[in-house]
Design a protein around this ligand. Sequence first.
Ligand SMILES: *Cc1c(COP(=O)(O)O)cnc(C)c1O
Length: 478
Amino acid sequence: MSDLESISSAYQTLFSMIEAVEPRVAAATRQELTDQRNSLKLIASENYASLPVLATMGTWMSDKYAEGTVGHRFYAGCQNVDTVESVAAEHARELFGAEYAYVQPHSGIDANLTAYWAILAHKIESPALAEFGVKGVADLSEADWENLRRRFGEQRLLGMSLDAGGHLTHGFRPNVSGKMFHQRSYGTNPETQLLDYDALAAQAREFKPLVIVAGYSAYPRRVNFAKMREIADEVGAVLMVDMAHFAGLVAGKVFTGDEDPVPHADVVTTTTHKSLRGPRGGMILATGEYAPSVDRGCPLVLGGPLANVMAAKAVALAEARTSAFQTYAQNVADNAKALAEGLLNRDATLVTGGTDNHLVLLDVRNFGLTGRQAESALLDAGIVTNRNAVPNDPNGAWYTTGVRLGTPALTSRGFTTSDMDAVADMIVSVLKATTPATTAAGKPGKAKYDLTDDARDASQAEAQRLLDLHPLYPGLEL
Ligand SMILES: *Cc1c(COP(=O)(O)O)cnc(C)c1O
């Protein structure tokens, strides 16, 4: 039996066991594989983890409680969890050149929340404990504790605005980050749509934040973290970089020097499942100065870590240290550039006029469509994207005016730059064949649309051709 045949039969055996307990879950999970295989996935935040990463998640490591840190657990018998956590942290430190790595956060949001509280612990709590002459918060008098709680509530955060490409955890009011901090946001230059470092510096001088957050979910350009560091230093702020989207490009050495956040930031947070291509999870890198505070993630914010996911992070980080991963990361960036050029050659409008990372933000206004209409028409035509606000979006955050396109997932399947030109052609053909439809009341709608059958069928056929050229998990039969 070949390796692939034995993997297939192992999965078949496992699935028949799941089927016997809850057939609907087995069926939905099988169907998800079929759907993932048959969709042209341009969602910038998604990827396909390797079979070793996926397999590592599905084990009994999941059954162990291990609150605490390596060697200092609140439960007995954690030696194997200690091993996987240490290996994951070691890979993370060496891969990113970080002084310290914390691999317990369950997601990107958990990583950010842990980082914010670690920064507050280091910058606000520790000096207050010294001032009040006690060792820990448990020793504070009621009056001093209330005083400290008030100080936590007075702190300021400056993050990128949502419609310029920031994330909801960077101070958006409906998120806890916007409630725990006094928050202001920086945007992009109205003409160039690029980050305006001078405007940001002026805002920082005026607002004097405790924390400046750099990083994004929908900004199609690289960031100069050396400049961000200068701005933070000038106003005495902590520089936190959330590289959730582009960690794979940092790991793969596509972003180096001023574009590598790790040497410049105090604290770097990330997800592990986006361009980094690992299991769904979060991670924090920090300088030695911040390490002791971040290390208290449990009990600061977190409970028991997911040992099976930490194990899968270790496997994914080991993969990310190979030269094959560097090639992958470069291909992600090259494919994004090819996609942008293909769209521009066909007269599409792109936010900032292009890309130099893994994503493209297409402004669909010249097709006469909202982001919502474009997203739905593309989905009908076999192209999976997500609608996204553009700077100063006239349609707001729900209907939007943009569609975000990313290349990490298709690049994992082996798509090349010429394939990306074909994808650009499909996208423009579908959007040209889409018209807004009026609502029942005869008003121009923001959600309804008509797409011609011919354009839909042609795009679906082309999508299938490209997907067949680059199969997902080839040889795995389930
Ligand atoms: C995706 C993302 C997150 C959140 O990650 P989750 O794992 O979904 O919690 C945080 N920050 C940024 C910039 C992101 O893009």
